[in-house]
Design a protein around this ligand. Structure first.
Ligand code: BGC
Length: 736
């Protein structure tokens, strides 16, 4: 039977209580899934199992491949690699016997302090949308439902469940919605709502953004799931367009499930929830205030507060996705999945390598094989697997920086910590009262020992890191502890000092002019040591470019507390579309490192650029003029014409292409141009508009390193096609 009749028949056979059962979470009897929907045996509807998250599959007390953080993936500017990454995540999800992956993180990076930036892609909507779509398609190719999150404007963790994001329609349309729209166009089966309000309405109740925009305009046919404990009133959520409430169990049950207690223990209804530590309490939803679907949806339907049609639609949406991944057919034909395969290990290394950004290089990198290297830093003997929170993944294998370098080097390698270990944040440990098994006895600072190691060596490489976690933002953009002092001490001893930064997003680098080279290596995951060694020794060219602008923290628009973290419970997004490089360009401020920036060990000449607007592409010819192979990321930005009364960004990323170019060779790449970069969203009912006038297409190496400018008056036909591609609504809403 084809899908829709089968779904309708099943919905028709379900009694009210069984329908409600398919709209909320329950305890997983195996104690493994983070989200679990109980099935209905009699009708052959199996349970639906969900696991986090964007960095790898997290099942309590189990391991899986710990992939690099999404921001590292974004730094590759490579949608094909993102789809391969998604496919591997999907395969691991199936390998763990789960059906849904609570990923990717698709929020735009607005606040540099956001504790979850590492789980997201970029400050630019075209880059973020391209990667979100690719990851979704990859995950879902493995018979797994992807769940892009958190829809929408979950830009901060400070008071994330209470804050009202006040955003105008233009910024929503141009910046915050495109990644979700792209995920829907890629077929996403599910969307997770954010905890926050948008313009005064809780996102899990947001009729306009859920029913009108997501399901109506975009034609989304999957289910909308709440973030965990994120709902308030059951009827308001159901009527607003939420289809599935999570987790449907108590916080106490959730905590014991996260700790990996067995199902019986996790079934202890009425257990007191353990106290949450102050550090994360502010960022947690009020789990006692949610009205659960299990308790009140049936009554709401009986009283007419929620229509039976709406309930049927909620159930149909969940069943449709179960069917799409083969669950309603006995699951026999589904992809089997696999965890921690050699191919996944290799991919984790490749993404970590390709995402590494060479911010500066004063001819010190790559190292010669026989260089004597001092490896310095408080955490050189542990890989940076990720930040704290629901994305924490435990790998089967891992390499740390010290081991990675020791393995690769022919010269002598000396190690000095210099400082006490910087403690990463594990929200899961905080949450479950567990212990950090990496914790060691506290070490005394020894800057002098580190300086001595640096003095003796040909080159010194200092590893520094930030700490970030879900439910809390970073207090500032400085490196924690005395790490800046450590870098300055080493730089004063050895003028061939290289700094490797492992961070969740932008950091301040006050020493950047005092050192010989700086690499941004993000949260690289299990392959940390191997990946960074292959870049330091030049086995691979640093192919990463910045998906976020690096600047001192007071230079970002969110330095104004009305904007972030907000005043009186409201964060005003009144910088509008001037986020990230859009802000720095229009304010004419020089960032430390601009969006799109990243050096290569090779050199490139941009030989030719030829637009084909019929096709919506620019063909760019680039020559690698160096005697070593390299990888270039060709970027195309659009500079729109000036329109009276409208503030437009100076330039917007329209397309990009990452390409390997062998030594001395020329390649031609075709860069697809995205409609979003040409259009603006006019308020007052104007909608998507493509202004007439002269546009410049800027082709270059970064948003501040333009190598060719092509000027063109867009012909009316092209402008209309662009407008229509953005304006086209999907089918009318299917819900009641
Ligand atoms: C996070 C989600 C996550 C969910 C389940 C929430 O606290 O915000 O991203 O998927 O927990 O772990």
């Amino acid at each position: 039977m084809s899908r829709e009749p089968r779904i309708r028949r099943l919905v028709g056979e379900l009694a009210l209580e069984k329908k409600v059962r398919l709209t909320h979470g329950a305890n997983d009897p195996e104690g493994r899934a983070t989200g679990y929907v109980a099935g209905v045996d009699r009708l052959g509807i199996p349970p639906l199992r969900m696991a986090d998250g964007p960095l790898g599959v997290r099942i309590p007390n189990e391991s899986a491949t710990a992939f690099p953080a999404p921001m590292a993936l974004a730094a590759t500017f490579d949608a094909d690699l993102a789809s391969e990454h998604g496919e591997a995540l999907g395969r691991e999800t199936r390998g763990k016997g789960q059906d849904v992956l609570l990923a990717p993180g698709a929020n735009l990076v607005r606040v540099p302090h956001n504790g979850r930036n590492f789980e997201y892609f970029a400050e630019d909507p075209v880059l973020s949308a391209s990667l979100a779509g690719a990851v979704v398609a990859g995950i879902q190719s493995q018979d797994v439902v992807a769940t892009p999150k958190h829809y929408v404007a979950n830009s901060q963790e400070t008071a994330r469940a209470a804050v009202d994001a006040e955003i105008d329609e233009r910024a929503l349309r141009e910046l915050y919605l495109p990644s979700f729209r792209s995920a829907v166009e890629a077929g996403a089966g599910s969307i997770m709502t954010a905890y926050n309000d948008v313009n005064g309405t809780r996102m899990s109740d947001h009729e306009r953004l859920l029913r009108d925009v997501l399901k109506g305009e975009w034609g989304f046919e999957g289910y909308v799931v709440s973030d965990w404990f994120g709902t308030e009133g059951a009827a308001a959520a159901a009527n607003g367009g939420l289809d599935l409430e999570m987790p449907g169990i108590t916080m106490a049950e959730m905590q014991s499930a996260m700790a990996g207690d067995d199902a019986d223990a996790a079934d202890g209804n009425g257990d007191e929830a353990g106290e949450l530590p102050d550090a994360i309490a502010d960022g947690m939803p009020d789990h006692e205030s949610c009205e659960r679907f299990a308790d009140s949806l049936a009554e709401a339907v009986e009283s007419g507060a929620v229509s039976e049609d709406r309930l049927d639609d909620m159930v149909a949406r969940v069943l449709r996705e179960m069917d799409r991944v083969g669950l309603l057919e006995g699951g026999d034909d589904r992809a089997d999945g696999a965890v921690d395969t050699p191919a996944h290990r290799e991919l984790a290394t490749r993404v970590a390598t390709r995402g590494t950004v060479l911010l500066e290089n004063d001819r010190v990198l790559p190292f010669s094989d026989d260089a004597d290297v001092a490896v310095i830093g408080p955490n050189v003997d542990e890989p940076v697997l990720g930040g704290g929170g629901s994305s924490e993944t435990t790998p089967v294998v891992e390499t740390d920086p010290q081991a990675g370098l020791a393995e690769r080097a022919d010269g002598e390698v000396t190690v000095a910590h210099g400082l006490p270990r910087i403690e990463g944040v594990s929200m899961l440990e905080e949450f479950t009262g567990g212990e950090d098994d990496r914790a060691e006895p506290s070490r005394e600072p020894d800057l002098e020992g580190a300086a001595a190691a640096a003095r003796e060596a040909d080159v010194a490489v200092v590893f520094v890191r930030d700490t970030a976690s879900e439910a809390v933002d970073r207090e500032d953009l400085r490196l924690p502890g005395r790490q800046n002092e450590l870098v300055e001490t080493i730089a004063a001893e050895n003028d061939r000092t290289v700094v490797v930064v492992n961070s969740s997003g932008p950091i301040e680098c006050p020493w950047h002019e005092e050192v010989a080279a700086v690499l941004e290596n993000w949260y690289p995951g299990q392959a940390h040591g191997d990946a960074v060694a292959s870049i330091l020794y030049g086995d691979a060219d640093p192919g990463g470019r910045l998906p976020v602008t690096f600047a001192p923290e007071d230079a970002y628009p969110t330095a104004d507390e009305r904007r972030y973290p907000g005043v009186d419970g409201t964060a005003r997004y009144d910088e509008g579309v001037f986020v990230g490089y859009r802000h720095f360009d229009s304010a004419e401020r020089e960032p430390t490192y601009p969006f799109g920036h990243g050096r290569s060990y090779a050199d490139y000449e941009y030989v030719d650029a030829d637009p084909d607007l019929e096709d919506g592409t620019v063909r760019v010819t680039v020559e690698n003029t160096a005697d070593r192979d390299g990888r270039e990321v060709v970027q195309v930005y659009v500079r729109p014409p000036t329109v009276d009364g409208v503030d437009r960004p100076v330039r917007e990323l329209a397309g990009f292409e990452s390409v390997a170019i062998p030594a001395g060779e020329r390649v031609s790449v075709t860069v697809d141009l995205e409609a979003l970069a040409f259009a603006r969203y006019g308020e007052d009912g104007e909608g998507w508009t493509v202004d007439p006038g002269e546009y410049a297409l800027e082709v270059g190496r970064s948003s501040r390193d333009i190598r060719a400018t092509l000027r063109t008056d867009l012909e009316a036909g092209f402008r209309e096609r662009v407008r229509q591609s953005l304006a086209t609504g999907g089918p009318p809403p299917t819900d009641g």
